[in-house]
Ligand binder design. Structure first.
Ligand code: BUP
Length: 455
């Protein structure tokens, strides 16, 4: 009998933080002899997404590609102005178009793996197709425990902003102040998705998580032993999803050349993710803080939510005088760089990060200590995790980035402390080893399941 190769369809949603893990997963599946069809919602929100998809398809031509054309919808009723959340909603409202698209994919699919932001509508759309369905939960396992327990926490009046949230099996309790602020407004689009989708988790065949045992072993155990919520599907820890060769491209070359000339471990890399606009006064304090730290720096400045709107020059964002003075000590860019490659450069000794989950797993993969400054969403949960694992520090009193103005002196001192900490360096090396050794056994198990059910 000839060997059966599972055919997996992957459906990401919006933003680089969601797209990147899907593309890494696609390549890992291809390397494990699966057929893969990538379904990309069109048009994308950011230029970074469309460029990333094109580069990926050229680099991994074994992957089939299908565009999922979204229906227009009236965004004014959606109770959000965030373009990435609005795209979640647009995809959700177009989900009923999926079955006809999936029916045309050949050979027949063995499973669909889709994004966490789309659970209910995709489930409803494909229910009658008898197609095994999985989600890729792009944040951490800890965040998965919050997501799955959320309706219970709301019902027991734990989502108040004060006090702590007690999730069975999850230690320590989660401070109310670490919960994504949008969840306190049950009318927000984000909270509505949580309330509607969380109870549907039980109808999935499995959940894929970009995490690994050494980072979140206890949380994974609590989830899979049914302590958090009974009856959840199995959570497969398949991370860290491995960065790919194609991601490098040539856009980081000048930054890498500059790094080549720096002393080993002397540079702090600064980046607050792909979908955040920061206030200019805070950007300038960060700039002055970097100068005060005495460290060399490589800083990716983002001034707008969506890259298509980034029109102002660095001189305008930083102010001419600061921009000029910074040239002596570091490199400041407004363009996309390949972060994971930068983090892997020997010149980089620390990372001032908003702690988006991809950034955290990439820093773990490259063994780089983190100074956490969460901005939104799950990032305080991630910051706490990094701090507890011993390879990062978190200035809790700074609050959410943008909540209050943190001055140059505090920023400079914290950067200096992080860059000078031997303990953080030692622990970062340990987490790197653990990340590299977290073998792909769970992914192999999953592929074996797909083979068994379809072969
Ligand atoms: Br900006 C930037 N280069 O210049 P997160 C980002 N990235 O490679 P976010 C670059 O974008 P969510 C750049 O390596 C990571 O893979 C970075 O994802 C990459 O944060 C990704 O860290 C950013 O999860 O997304 O963008 O805030 O809100 O979904 O976490």
């Amino acid at each position: 009998m000839s060997e059966y190769f599972p055919h997996i369809a992957l459906l990401p949603s919006a933003g680089m933080g969601h797209l990147t893990p899907f593309l890494r997963l696609a390549a890992m599946l291809v390397n494990n002899h699966c057929k893969v069809t990538l379904i990309t919602p069109t048009p994308t929100v950011s230029l970074a997404e469309s460029k990333f998809i094109s580069r990926f398809l050229s680099a991994v031509p074994q992957v089939n590609h299908t565009e999922f054309h979204l229906m227009p919808f009236d965004a004014s009723a959606a109770n959000s102005t965030d373009p990435f959340f609005l795209q979640f909603e647009a995809i959700r409202r177009s989900a009923h178009l999926l079955p006809s698209l999936l029916d045309f994919i050949s050979p027949p699919l063995s499973a669909l793996v889709y994004d966490v932001s789309l659970i209910s509508p995709v489930l409803a759309a494909i229910e009658s197709m008898f197609l095994p369905r999985y989600i890729l939960f792009t944040p951490s396992a800890k965040m998965f425990s919050i997501f799955s327990y959320f309706p219970t926490a709301v019902a027991s009046k734990q989502i108040t902003g004060d006090g702590e949230i007690e999730i069975p099996g999850i230690i320590p309790r989660i401070p109310g102040s670490s919960i994504p602020p949008l969840l306190f407004d049950l009318n927000s689009l984000f909270a509505k998705i949580f309330m509607e989708d969380s109870p549907k988790l039980k109808r999935l065949d499995g959940v894929l998580l970009n995490t690994f045992e050494d980072l979140e072993g206890k949380t994974l155990e609590a989830i899979n032993e049914g302590n958090v919520v009974k009856g959840l599907p199995h959570a497969f820890a398949i991370g860290p999803l491995i960065p790919l060769q194609f991601e490098k491209g040539d856009q980081s070359q000048s930054a890498l050349n500059w790094l080549d000339d720096q002393r080993e471990g002397s540079v702090v890399y600064v980046c607050f993710g792909s979908r955040n606009a920061m206030k200019r006064d805070q950007i300038r304090e960060i700039g002055k803080g970097l100068m005060r730290s005495g460290c060399k720096f490589l800083w990716v400045v983002k001034d707008k939510l969506v890259d298509r709107d980034e029109n102002d020059s660095l001189d305008e964002v930083l102010g001419y005088k600061l921009a000029e003075s910074m040239k002596e000590k570091g490199l400041v860019v407004k363009t996309w760089v390949c972060q994971v490659e930068i983090l892997g450069h020997k010149g980089v000794g620390g990372f001032l990060s908003h702690c988006g989950w991809n950034s955290v797993t990439e820093a773990a993969w490259q063994g780089v200590p983190i100074l956490a400054w969460p901005l939104a969403g799950d990032q305080k949960v991630n910051a706490e995790l990094v701090e507890k694992s011993g390879w990062g520090m978190w200035m809790r009193n700074w609050g959410w980035l943008g909540e209050k103005l943190v001055d140059e002196e505090e920023i400079g001192k914290a950067i200096k402390d992080m860059m000078g900490s031997r303990m953080l360096k030692v622990n970062a090396v340990k987490i790197r080893e653990a990340a590299r050794n977290s073998n792909a056994i769970n992914l192999e198990k999953l592929i074996q399941d797909w083979k068994k059910h379809n072969g």
